[in-house]
Design a protein around this ligand. Sequence first.
Ligand SMILES: Nc1nc2c(ncn2[C@@H]2O[C@H](COP(=O)(O)OP(=O)(O)O[C@H]3O[C@H](CO)[C@@H](O)[C@H](O)[C@@H]3O)[C@@H](O)[C@H]2O)c(=O)[nH]1
Length: 236
Amino acid sequence: MSKYSVILPTYNERENLPIITYLIFEMAKKNNLDFEIIIIEDNSPDGTLQVAQELKKVYGDKLIIHFREKKLGLGSAYMDGIKLCHGNFIVIMDADLSHHPKYLVDFIQKQKTTNCDIVTGSRYINKGGVMNWGFDRKLTSRGANFLASTMLGVKCSDLTGSFRLYKREVLEKVIKDVVSRGYAFQMEIIIRARQYGYTVEEVPIVFVERIFGESKLGASEFQIYLKGLWKLLWTF
Ligand SMILES: Nc1nc2c(ncn2[C@@H]2O[C@H](COP(=O)(O)OP(=O)(O)O[C@H]3O[C@H](CO)[C@@H](O)[C@H](O)[C@@H]3O)[C@@H](O)[C@H]2O)c(=O)[nH]1
């Protein structure tokens, strides 16, 4: 039977963590799937670690907490998470409920029917979308995707999205070569995967802007993204 490991990076997700954890395990139970969750917690000032420890009492071995002393960014959170996964499939998603666990059923179905290496959730295909984003955020996301896909010539409708299911060995192989950090990390994974000849399928998702907490995607993250994109242009 397949086993699925979900990596949840957390920074100030005290309110969201119990809900997302519950939704993932409920979805798994309902569909008779074997799931574990790996939380990569970067010493959030809001007490996310204490919430995670309470959840551990409920879910036991199915929930792993990896604590880091300081905020080290998304890319390194995924890297650390992978080392702790037991599954033959790895899911990467946000912990803030913008990525709804209900879509995991579609991801798994798509992977099974196509035997693809990566399933990526796309906001920019038919039936996909975003909810509760202001004009600025829409423009930034569309702009970042447009820049990346035209400049790098990669066919994928949502290169900057981060809700994905990977065959474990594929992610392990690809991630070794990834040089980008922060938000460009996800993009580089798809580009490298395509280079290796791995297959990528897309599934529509509706990304819902978080209700609790704040996005960490500020001007500085966007600058890091642009620098990352520039670097990738010279790499490929
Ligand atoms: N451990 C850890 N977690 C982090 C860090 N920075 C962010 N996170 C966690 O990573 C997830 C996404 O962070 P947000 O800051 O909420 O992301 P966003 O602004 O909504 O950005 C979304 O869109 C981007 C571009 O479309 C995506 O690249 C990104 O992954 C995310 O889906 C959340 O679970 C958040 O707690 C960090 O430095 N360390």
